[in-house]
Design a protein around this ligand. Structure first.
Ligand SMILES: NC(=O)c1ccc[n+]([C@@H]2O[C@H](COP(=O)([O-])OP(=O)(O)OC[C@H]3O[C@@H](n4cnc5c(N)ncnc54)[C@H](O)[C@@H]3O)[C@@H](O)[C@H]2O)c1
Length: 109
């Protein structure tokens, strides 16, 4: 798949695998729209991408809220005319999914 020039949305881009994906994508010449609930980490990722000479922007988006998702897709389209790839890496882990006393299963899904 050709990555250069593609517009990508990365959820969970403020840290971990999502951040690594943003940095790899800009290395390959993609534009990266970083989203996360962690605003400080999200802007840090943008700074790191820009330091590499990439094009990146941040928007807060909680992937559990459909209004946030709709607004993020609109923002991506307004800002870059389209989006080609969504890398959905926002996530949390739970301790005991099968007991699920705290409703972790539903939150994770
Ligand atoms: N790192 C691993 O080895 C590994 C292995 C298997 C699975 N995973 C899973 O992959 C996912 C990412 O792993 P990671 O190591 O990058 O974790 P991480 O915690 O570093 O990154 C997850 C990001 O998702 C964001 N996030 C959490 N809830 C969100 C929400 N509702 N909306 C938007 N953003 C949200 C967090 O703020 C965080 O920046 C997690 O679900 C993790 O359980 C990780």
């Amino acid at each position: 798949m050709e990555i250069e020039g593609k517009v990508t949305i990365v959820s969970g881009g403020a840290s971990g695998i999502g951040r690594a994906a943003v940095l790899a994508l800009v290395d390959c010449g993609a534009k990266a729209l970083v989203t996360d609930v962690d605003e400080e980490g999200g802007w840090q990722t943008v700074e790191m991408a820009n330091e590499k000479g990439g094009t990146a922007a941040f928007r807060r988006c909680d992937v559990t809220k459909s209004d946030d998702l709709d607004a993020t897709f609109d923002w991506a389209t307004e800002r870059f005319g389209r989006f080609d790839i969504v890398f959905n890496h926002a996530g949390i882990s739970g301790e005991d999914l099968f007991a699920d006393e705290r409703g972790d299963w539903a939150r994770i899904i």
